[in-house]
Design a protein around this ligand. Structure first.
Ligand code: PMV
Length: 325
Protein backbone atom coordinates (compact mmCIF):
# COMPACT_ATOMS: atom_id res chain seq x y z
CA UNK A 1 0.00 0.00 0.00
CA UNK A 2 1.30 3.46 -0.77
CA UNK A 3 0.34 6.69 0.93
CA UNK A 4 0.29 10.21 -0.48
CA UNK A 5 0.40 13.34 1.63
CA UNK A 6 -0.21 16.92 0.60
CA UNK A 7 1.31 19.58 2.84
CA UNK A 8 1.34 23.32 2.23
CA UNK A 9 4.21 25.67 2.85
CA UNK A 10 3.98 28.50 5.36
CA UNK A 11 5.23 32.01 5.92
CA UNK A 12 6.63 32.84 9.34
CA UNK A 13 5.05 35.95 10.87
CA UNK A 14 7.42 35.57 13.81
CA UNK A 15 10.60 33.91 12.55
CA UNK A 16 12.50 30.87 13.70
CA UNK A 17 16.13 31.98 13.50
CA UNK A 18 18.43 29.84 15.59
CA UNK A 19 18.59 26.39 17.12
CA UNK A 20 19.22 25.29 20.69
CA UNK A 21 20.08 21.79 19.46
CA UNK A 22 21.39 21.43 15.91
CA UNK A 23 20.91 17.65 15.80
CA UNK A 24 17.24 17.48 16.72
CA UNK A 25 16.27 20.98 15.49
CA UNK A 26 14.85 22.69 18.56
CA UNK A 27 14.45 26.47 18.24
CA UNK A 28 15.60 29.33 20.47
CA UNK A 29 12.28 31.18 20.05
CA UNK A 30 8.61 30.53 19.47
CA UNK A 31 7.65 31.11 15.84
CA UNK A 32 4.22 31.76 14.38
CA UNK A 33 3.20 31.16 10.79
CA UNK A 34 0.43 31.27 8.23
CA UNK A 35 0.04 28.21 6.00
CA UNK A 36 -0.44 29.09 2.32
CA UNK A 37 -3.06 27.53 0.07
CA UNK A 38 -1.40 27.96 -3.33
CA UNK A 39 1.99 26.40 -2.47
CA UNK A 40 2.26 22.72 -1.54
CA UNK A 41 4.16 19.46 -1.94
CA UNK A 42 2.62 16.07 -2.82
CA UNK A 43 4.66 13.11 -1.67
CA UNK A 44 3.97 9.39 -2.17
CA UNK A 45 5.84 6.76 -0.16
CA UNK A 46 5.87 2.98 -0.10
CA UNK A 47 8.29 0.58 1.53
CA UNK A 48 9.65 -2.36 -0.43
CA UNK A 49 11.60 -5.27 1.12
CA UNK A 50 13.41 -5.94 -2.16
CA UNK A 51 15.00 -2.50 -2.40
CA UNK A 52 18.69 -2.11 -1.54
CA UNK A 53 18.44 1.65 -0.92
CA UNK A 54 15.83 4.42 -0.79
CA UNK A 55 14.79 5.74 -4.20
CA UNK A 56 13.88 9.44 -4.36
CA UNK A 57 12.20 11.02 -7.38
CA UNK A 58 11.74 14.77 -7.07
CA UNK A 59 9.72 16.63 -9.70
CA UNK A 60 10.24 13.72 -12.11
CA UNK A 61 13.98 13.40 -11.59
CA UNK A 62 15.83 10.67 -9.72
CA UNK A 63 17.85 12.35 -7.00
CA UNK A 64 21.10 11.27 -5.33
CA UNK A 65 23.61 13.15 -3.18
CA UNK A 66 22.93 15.42 -0.22
CA UNK A 67 19.17 15.86 -0.76
CA UNK A 68 18.66 12.08 -1.02
CA UNK A 69 20.81 11.47 2.07
CA UNK A 70 18.75 13.98 4.03
CA UNK A 71 15.56 12.14 3.06
CA UNK A 72 17.08 8.74 3.96
CA UNK A 73 18.23 10.05 7.36
CA UNK A 74 14.69 11.28 7.94
CA UNK A 75 13.26 7.90 6.89
CA UNK A 76 15.63 6.19 9.35
CA UNK A 77 13.74 7.94 12.15
CA UNK A 78 10.45 6.61 10.74
CA UNK A 79 11.96 3.11 10.35
CA UNK A 80 13.21 3.21 13.96
CA UNK A 81 9.74 4.20 15.15
CA UNK A 82 8.13 1.41 13.12
CA UNK A 83 10.78 -1.18 14.04
CA UNK A 84 11.80 -2.35 10.57
CA UNK A 85 14.50 -1.55 8.07
CA UNK A 86 12.83 -1.76 4.63
CA UNK A 87 13.87 0.85 2.08
CA UNK A 88 11.33 3.08 0.36
CA UNK A 89 10.27 4.70 -2.86
CA UNK A 90 9.61 8.43 -2.40
CA UNK A 91 7.96 10.30 -5.25
CA UNK A 92 7.61 14.00 -4.57
CA UNK A 93 6.21 16.93 -6.56
CA UNK A 94 6.67 20.50 -5.46
CA UNK A 95 4.02 23.08 -6.23
CA UNK A 96 6.05 25.82 -4.63
CA UNK A 97 7.60 28.19 -7.19
CA UNK A 98 11.27 27.87 -6.29
CA UNK A 99 11.72 31.41 -7.59
CA UNK A 100 9.45 32.72 -4.86
CA UNK A 101 11.98 31.90 -2.17
CA UNK A 102 9.26 30.36 -0.05
CA UNK A 103 10.63 27.49 1.97
CA UNK A 104 9.70 24.36 0.03
CA UNK A 105 11.50 22.41 2.77
CA UNK A 106 8.55 23.18 5.05
CA UNK A 107 5.94 21.53 2.81
CA UNK A 108 8.42 18.85 1.68
CA UNK A 109 9.25 17.49 5.13
CA UNK A 110 5.70 17.87 6.41
CA UNK A 111 4.42 15.82 3.45
CA UNK A 112 7.21 13.27 3.86
CA UNK A 113 6.42 12.88 7.57
CA UNK A 114 2.74 12.29 6.74
CA UNK A 115 3.22 9.83 3.87
CA UNK A 116 6.20 7.91 5.29
CA UNK A 117 4.70 7.40 8.75
CA UNK A 118 1.46 6.02 7.30
CA UNK A 119 3.31 3.83 4.80
CA UNK A 120 5.33 2.45 7.72
CA UNK A 121 2.11 1.45 9.46
CA UNK A 122 2.29 4.19 12.09
CA UNK A 123 -0.83 6.10 12.98
CA UNK A 124 0.59 9.33 14.36
CA UNK A 125 -1.41 12.18 15.87
CA UNK A 126 -0.91 15.65 14.38
CA UNK A 127 1.29 16.50 17.38
CA UNK A 128 3.47 13.46 16.73
CA UNK A 129 3.59 14.35 13.02
CA UNK A 130 4.64 17.91 13.80
CA UNK A 131 7.39 16.63 16.10
CA UNK A 132 8.56 14.19 13.42
CA UNK A 133 8.51 16.83 10.63
CA UNK A 134 10.73 19.03 12.82
CA UNK A 135 13.59 16.55 12.34
CA UNK A 136 13.57 17.31 8.61
CA UNK A 137 13.28 21.08 8.71
CA UNK A 138 12.28 23.48 11.47
CA UNK A 139 9.63 25.29 9.48
CA UNK A 140 8.05 21.92 8.48
CA UNK A 141 6.84 21.46 12.03
CA UNK A 142 4.29 24.26 11.42
CA UNK A 143 3.17 22.99 7.98
CA UNK A 144 1.25 20.10 9.54
CA UNK A 145 -1.47 22.62 10.40
CA UNK A 146 -3.62 24.94 8.34
CA UNK A 147 -4.08 28.63 9.04
CA UNK A 148 -2.05 30.09 11.87
CA UNK A 149 0.34 27.80 13.77
CA UNK A 150 2.64 28.21 16.72
CA UNK A 151 5.92 26.26 17.21
CA UNK A 152 7.42 26.35 20.67
CA UNK A 153 10.95 25.68 21.92
CA UNK A 154 11.52 22.67 24.17
CA UNK A 155 13.19 19.28 24.07
CA UNK A 156 12.70 16.53 21.52
CA UNK A 157 9.38 15.57 23.12
CA UNK A 158 7.94 19.01 23.85
CA UNK A 159 8.97 21.09 20.81
CA UNK A 160 6.19 20.90 18.23
CA UNK A 161 3.63 23.19 16.62
CA UNK A 162 0.00 23.64 17.58
CA UNK A 163 -2.72 25.37 15.60
CA UNK A 164 -3.88 28.83 16.68
CA UNK A 165 -6.72 29.02 14.15
CA UNK A 166 -6.78 26.46 11.35
CA UNK A 167 -9.67 28.06 9.51
CA UNK A 168 -8.98 31.65 8.55
CA UNK A 169 -12.29 33.32 7.79
CA UNK A 170 -11.14 36.90 7.53
CA UNK A 171 -9.44 38.76 4.68
CA UNK A 172 -5.67 38.34 4.78
CA UNK A 173 -3.32 37.44 1.92
CA UNK A 174 0.36 37.22 1.12
CA UNK A 175 1.84 38.82 -2.01
CA UNK A 176 5.31 37.51 -2.82
CA UNK A 177 7.37 40.08 -4.70
CA UNK A 178 10.06 38.18 -6.61
CA UNK A 179 13.22 40.20 -6.72
CA UNK A 180 15.75 37.52 -7.42
CA UNK A 181 15.13 33.89 -8.30
CA UNK A 182 18.72 32.71 -7.84
CA UNK A 183 19.43 30.18 -5.07
CA UNK A 184 20.33 31.95 -1.84
CA UNK A 185 24.00 32.49 -1.04
CA UNK A 186 23.70 31.70 2.65
CA UNK A 187 21.27 28.87 3.43
CA UNK A 188 19.00 29.25 6.46
CA UNK A 189 20.87 26.59 8.48
CA UNK A 190 24.21 28.36 8.15
CA UNK A 191 22.70 31.85 8.41
CA UNK A 192 20.93 31.21 11.69
CA UNK A 193 23.94 29.36 13.10
CA UNK A 194 26.26 32.24 12.25
CA UNK A 195 23.91 34.88 13.67
CA UNK A 196 23.48 32.90 16.89
CA UNK A 197 27.23 32.42 17.29
CA UNK A 198 28.40 35.92 16.41
CA UNK A 199 25.68 38.60 16.48
CA UNK A 200 26.14 40.74 19.60
CA UNK A 201 22.37 41.25 19.79
CA UNK A 202 21.40 37.61 19.49
CA UNK A 203 20.29 37.32 23.12
CA UNK A 204 18.28 40.53 22.73
CA UNK A 205 16.60 39.08 19.63
CA UNK A 206 15.57 35.93 21.52
CA UNK A 207 14.04 38.01 24.33
CA UNK A 208 12.36 40.38 21.91
CA UNK A 209 11.01 37.64 19.62
CA UNK A 210 9.56 35.68 22.54
CA UNK A 211 7.99 38.85 23.92
CA UNK A 212 6.13 39.36 20.62
CA UNK A 213 4.32 36.01 20.81
CA UNK A 214 1.40 36.97 23.08
CA UNK A 215 0.69 40.13 21.06
CA UNK A 216 0.84 38.19 17.77
CA UNK A 217 -1.61 35.59 19.07
CA UNK A 218 -4.00 38.28 20.25
CA UNK A 219 -3.71 40.11 16.88
CA UNK A 220 -4.66 36.81 15.18
CA UNK A 221 -7.55 36.23 17.58
CA UNK A 222 -8.86 39.73 17.02
CA UNK A 223 -8.39 39.60 13.21
CA UNK A 224 -6.27 42.71 13.63
CA UNK A 225 -4.29 42.97 10.38
CA UNK A 226 -2.58 46.20 11.45
CA UNK A 227 -1.24 44.80 14.71
CA UNK A 228 -0.31 41.49 13.04
CA UNK A 229 1.46 43.27 10.19
CA UNK A 230 3.33 45.72 12.44
CA UNK A 231 4.64 42.86 14.57
CA UNK A 232 5.55 40.68 11.58
CA UNK A 233 7.43 43.48 9.85
CA UNK A 234 9.25 44.51 13.04
CA UNK A 235 10.24 40.90 13.73
CA UNK A 236 11.55 40.38 10.18
CA UNK A 237 13.55 43.63 10.21
CA UNK A 238 15.03 42.70 13.61
CA UNK A 239 16.13 39.34 12.21
CA UNK A 240 17.75 40.97 9.18
CA UNK A 241 19.39 43.68 11.32
CA UNK A 242 20.89 40.92 13.43
CA UNK A 243 22.37 39.27 10.35
CA UNK A 244 23.93 42.61 9.39
CA UNK A 245 25.61 42.81 12.80
CA UNK A 246 27.01 39.25 12.69
CA UNK A 247 30.79 38.84 12.38
CA UNK A 248 31.48 38.86 9.48
CA UNK A 249 28.16 40.45 8.50
CA UNK A 250 25.82 38.90 5.97
CA UNK A 251 22.73 40.18 4.28
CA UNK A 252 19.85 38.75 2.27
CA UNK A 253 18.21 42.01 1.21
CA UNK A 254 19.02 43.99 -1.92
CA UNK A 255 18.29 47.59 -2.96
CA UNK A 256 15.10 46.34 -4.58
CA UNK A 257 14.02 44.57 -1.39
CA UNK A 258 14.37 47.88 0.46
CA UNK A 259 12.46 49.69 -2.29
CA UNK A 260 9.53 47.32 -1.75
CA UNK A 261 9.74 47.67 2.05
CA UNK A 262 9.63 51.47 1.63
CA UNK A 263 6.68 51.26 -0.79
CA UNK A 264 4.77 49.33 1.88
CA UNK A 265 5.58 52.08 4.33
CA UNK A 266 4.39 54.77 1.91
CA UNK A 267 1.16 52.89 1.26
CA UNK A 268 0.56 52.75 5.01
CA UNK A 269 0.97 56.51 5.15
CA UNK A 270 -1.88 56.62 2.63
CA UNK A 271 -4.01 54.41 4.87
CA UNK A 272 -3.47 51.04 3.11
CA UNK A 273 -2.54 48.30 5.61
CA UNK A 274 0.38 46.48 3.94
CA UNK A 275 3.39 45.05 5.75
CA UNK A 276 6.63 43.41 4.63
CA UNK A 277 8.29 40.22 5.80
CA UNK A 278 11.45 38.63 4.41
CA UNK A 279 13.10 35.23 4.96
CA UNK A 280 16.54 33.95 3.99
CA UNK A 281 16.50 35.68 0.60
CA UNK A 282 15.82 39.02 -1.11
CA UNK A 283 12.17 38.46 -1.99
CA UNK A 284 9.68 40.51 -0.02
CA UNK A 285 6.35 39.07 1.08
CA UNK A 286 3.62 41.62 1.62
CA UNK A 287 0.85 40.92 4.10
CA UNK A 288 -2.32 42.72 3.03
CA UNK A 289 -6.08 42.65 2.49
CA UNK A 290 -7.17 41.03 -0.81
CA UNK A 291 -9.19 44.15 -1.62
CA UNK A 292 -5.99 46.25 -1.84
CA UNK A 293 -4.30 44.00 -4.44
CA UNK A 294 -4.58 46.34 -7.41
CA UNK A 295 -3.49 49.46 -5.54
CA UNK A 296 -0.44 47.60 -4.15
CA UNK A 297 0.42 46.17 -7.58
CA UNK A 298 0.21 49.68 -9.04
CA UNK A 299 2.54 51.05 -6.38
CA UNK A 300 5.07 48.32 -7.25
CA UNK A 301 5.14 48.93 -11.02
CA UNK A 302 8.48 50.79 -10.93
CA UNK A 303 10.19 47.90 -9.15
CA UNK A 304 8.75 44.68 -10.61
CA UNK A 305 6.45 43.45 -13.39
CA UNK A 306 3.11 41.87 -12.51
CA UNK A 307 4.51 38.41 -13.32
CA UNK A 308 6.92 38.90 -10.42
CA UNK A 309 4.06 39.09 -7.96
CA UNK A 310 2.48 35.84 -6.70
CA UNK A 311 -0.57 35.97 -4.47
CA UNK A 312 -1.34 33.36 -1.82
CA UNK A 313 -4.20 32.95 0.63
CA UNK A 314 -4.48 31.00 3.90
CA UNK A 315 -4.25 27.25 3.37
CA UNK A 316 -5.23 23.93 5.01
CA UNK A 317 -3.30 21.41 7.08
CA UNK A 318 -1.82 18.12 5.91
CA UNK A 319 -3.97 15.50 4.17
CA UNK A 320 -2.95 11.89 3.72
CA UNK A 321 -4.64 9.52 1.27
CA UNK A 322 -3.95 5.89 0.45
CA UNK A 323 -3.83 3.86 -2.72
CA UNK A 324 -2.41 0.73 -4.29
CA UNK A 325 0.93 1.03 -5.93
O1 PMV B 1 13.09 25.52 8.31
P1 PMV B 1 14.26 26.16 7.66
O2 PMV B 1 15.55 25.53 8.04
O3 PMV B 1 14.09 26.26 6.17
O4 PMV B 1 14.38 27.68 8.21
C1 PMV B 1 13.39 28.65 8.02
C2 PMV B 1 13.89 30.00 8.31
C3 PMV B 1 12.98 31.17 7.97
O5 PMV B 1 12.22 30.88 6.82
C4 PMV B 1 13.83 32.40 7.68
C5 PMV B 1 12.05 31.53 9.12
C6 PMV B 1 10.91 30.61 9.41
O6 PMV B 1 10.52 30.55 10.58
O7 PMV B 1 10.35 29.99 8.49
Amino acid sequence: MHYTARAHTNIALLKYWGKVDEAIITPTTTSISLTLNEFYTDTTVWFDKTLASDQLVLDGETISGTAAQKVSRFLNIVRDMAGFNDKAYIISTNNVPTAAGLASSASAFAALAGAASKAAGLDLSVTELSRLARHGSGSATRSIFGGFANWVPGDDRTSFATPIFEKVDWPIQLMTVIINDQPKKVGSRLGMQHAKNTAPFYKVWVKLANSQVADMISAIQQHDLVKLGELAEANALQMHAMNATSVPPFNYLTDKSWQVIMIAQELRNQGIPVYATMDAGPNVKLISRPEDTSIIKKALTDVVTSSQIIIASPGPGIKVTSGDK
